[in-house]
Design a protein around this ligand. Structure first.
Ligand SMILES: Cc1cc2nc3c(=O)[nH]c(=O)nc-3n(C[C@H](O)[C@H](O)[C@H](O)COP(=O)(O)O)c2cc1C
Length: 260
């Protein structure tokens, strides 16, 4: 049963997940529930208020999710029967995320209320962009987000857990490992000729991985969330040395939504 207040903790690199979180929050609020939207990067899981329902949301990344999200969940206080729901956004497949998240939260004493996966536009190493296709994908996902929020409110949401390979995938990769190897092959860097020194990438990196020396320098904690890439006003961030089209969800609250 969904109980207010809802502590809705989420991570969103390029705004897709935060669009869906806002949408679901609006449904909860329309039903009279208090909602606190809490970006994971600004939230201490050990001091999160213990009343009401816990909501979690994140993107799929490398068939799991970002290490910072797993760290957040592992550091939550024991649930003691508190209800929790989960929403994730993805380009196509979540791999070891939804079921293993249920398993982890269950082991930590939370009561799973429901989970939902939303297909959203891809944000990683794009070959090109089609704004009409992206808009249609987002519109469909928002309808699904509304329906999920209603199902949670009416206590009929489900959180399906398929045992087997998702758990195996999670056991292998729900940690820093895939990101360590991606960091090497797809290191983020700044094209000095394009960079305008605005510092947006430095101030908005969720893990404090970028520092301004003469130019922004990415250090070794990058989680490849693509926020720096999506918000750069000069499209100066390179992935593995290459330039790609930028993505930031339209109309999501962002430091600077990028117009294509
Ligand atoms: C490094 C990286 C890895 C990704 N891996 C997956 C994946 O394994 N499966 C998938 O469906 N989408 C994957 N995506 C796409 C994102 O999950 C999708 O675009 C998501 O909606 C982005 O959410 P955000 O805008 O809130 O960050 C990946 C994106 C990035 C940046």
């Amino acid at each position: 049963m969904l109980k207010g207040p809802i502590e809705f903790c989420f991570f969103s690199g390029t705004g897709n997940t935060s669009l869906a979180v806002s949408r679901m929050s609006a449904v909860f609020q329309a039903h009279g529930l208090e909602v606190h939207m809490r970006p994971i990067e600004d939230t201490d899981p050990t001091t999160l208020p213990a009343e009401g329902t816990l909501g979690l949301a994140c993107p799929a990344a490398a068939f799991t999710t970002y290490p910072m999200v797993w760290r957040f969940v592992r550091n939550l206080r024991p649930g003691a029967g508190r209800g929790v729901f989960f929403m994730c956004t993805m380009g196509g497949s979540t791999g070891g995320l939804v079921g293993p998240m249920k398993g982890l939260l269950g082991r930590r004493g939370y009561k799973p209320l429901g989970a939902c996966r939303l297909v959203m536009p891809g944000n990683f190493m794009l070959k090109g962009r089609s704004i009409p296709t992206e808009s249609a994908t987002i519109a469909k996902a928002m309808i699904k987000a509304d329906a999920f929020a209603e199902a949670l409110f009416e206590d009929r949401a489900k959180w399906v857990r398929i045992f087997g390979w998702p758990d195996l995938v999670a056991a292998l990769i729900a940690n820093d490992r895939p990101f360590r190897s991606m960091r090497k092959k797809l290191a983020m860097s700044v094209d000095q000729a394009s960079c305008t020194h605005c510092g947006l990438c430095v101030s908005h990196c969720p893990v404090g991985n970028i520092r301004m020396v003469d130019f922004p320098i990415h250090s070794d904690r990058c989680e490849l969330c693509m926020r720096c890439h999506g918000i750069c006003p000069a499209n100066a961030i390179r992935i593995g040395g290459k330039k790609y089209p930028q993505y930031y969800a339209p109309s999501a609250e962002s430091p600077r939504p990028v117009q294509q």
